[in-house]
Design a protein around this ligand. Structure first.
Ligand code: COA
Length: 260
């Protein structure tokens, strides 16, 4: 597919998606959100892709938020629709992908940028990154899952503080709070994300998909995460990957997973 706002490359079994609007600090306009949704869906449907890295182009920003120029005159209905559509076509979609997504946060991750990082399964940040949800400075609240996922990741108290003060925090602080998994220098960021993707790619894709569904189930209303785990655990026993993984262990060799 041809995209105007993102770059998509494949390295072995890792898909690298780069938001490419550096002049606008990679702000998420409508078209970029749609392109990202398409690119993530395409990666998910490709059996050869075992992990996805999402990053921003340039050295300054991962994503500086939703594109303010597009929504500043919206009505109540249009505002609601903007949020609902974003949830559906990108943010919820990413969280529920069964191909692991690593956000390589290479600079400002603000508003929708931090929300994109938070719906990803894993976050690695560069040491110059600044993270925040500044929406209340604009008279609005985070609308792409930020009020929910930030509280899940850092707890309600810290989420209240970050959202109400609109303050940006450093990547070191974000690591301390559990908002990012690791912090590395900007020059090492992509390589670190690729190494993690390669580590993931060695494991069973069907088991990883079951793990994602089970972990996510714990955060869904009306769903019992433990019950989902029991079901998913059972499902694994009927897969080729389970046969391969356990046979390889017994035969003292490395498993080669088909993802079936
Ligand atoms: N939406 C639309 N455009 C954005 C943007 C956003 N969220 N963030 C940055 N940009 C644009 C700027 O308008 C500017 O465009 P221009 O050169 O055509 O005027 C360009 O990106 C560079 O940004 P600039 O503000 O000049 O860079 P800076 O280094 O002085 O400041 C930030 C960087 C991140 C502090 C600042 O851009 C900012 O506060 N952005 C908005 C953050 C935000 O509120 N996000 C939540 C949105 S819901």
């Amino acid at each position: 597919m041809v995209y105007s706002n993102i770059l998509v490359e494949t390295e072995v079994s890792t898909q690298i998606i780069t938001i490419n609007r550096p002049d606008k600090l990679n702000a998420l306009n409508k078209e970029t959100i749609e392109e990202l949704g398409d690119a993530f869906s395409e990666a998910e449907s490709n059996i050869g892709i075992r992990a996805i890295i999402i990053t921003g182009s340039g050295e300054k920003a991962f994503v500086a938020g939703a594109d303010i120029s597009e929504f500043y005159q919206f009505s109540v209905d249009k505002g609601k629709e903007l949020s609902a559509k974003g949830h559906k076509i990108l943010f919820d979609l990413v969280e529920n992908l069964t191909t692991p997504v690593i956000a390589a946060v290479n600079g400002f991750a603000l508003g929708g940028g931090l929300e994109l990082a938070m719906c990803s399964h894993i976050r690695i940040a560069s040491d110059n990154a600044k993270l925040g949800l500044p929406e209340v400075t604009l008279g609005v609240i985070p609308g792409y899952g930020g009020t929910q996922r930030l509280a899940q990741l850092v707890g309600k108290g810290k989420a209240n503080e970050m959202i109400m003060t609109a303050a940006m925090i450093s990547s070191e602080e974000a690591e301390k709070w559990g908002l990012v998994n690791a912090v590395v220098s900007q020059s090492e960021l992509l390589e670190t994300a690729k190494m993690m993707a390669a580590k993931i790619a060695r494991n069973s894709p069907v088991a990883i998909a079951s793990a994602i569904r089970s972990i996510n189930a714990g955060y869904k209303d009306g769903v019992n995460g433990y019950q989902t785990e029991i079901e998913e655990f059972g499902i694994c026993f009927g897969t080729e990957d389970f046969n391969e993984g356990t046979s390889a262990f017994m035969e003292k060799r490395k498993a080669v997973f088909s993802g079936k």
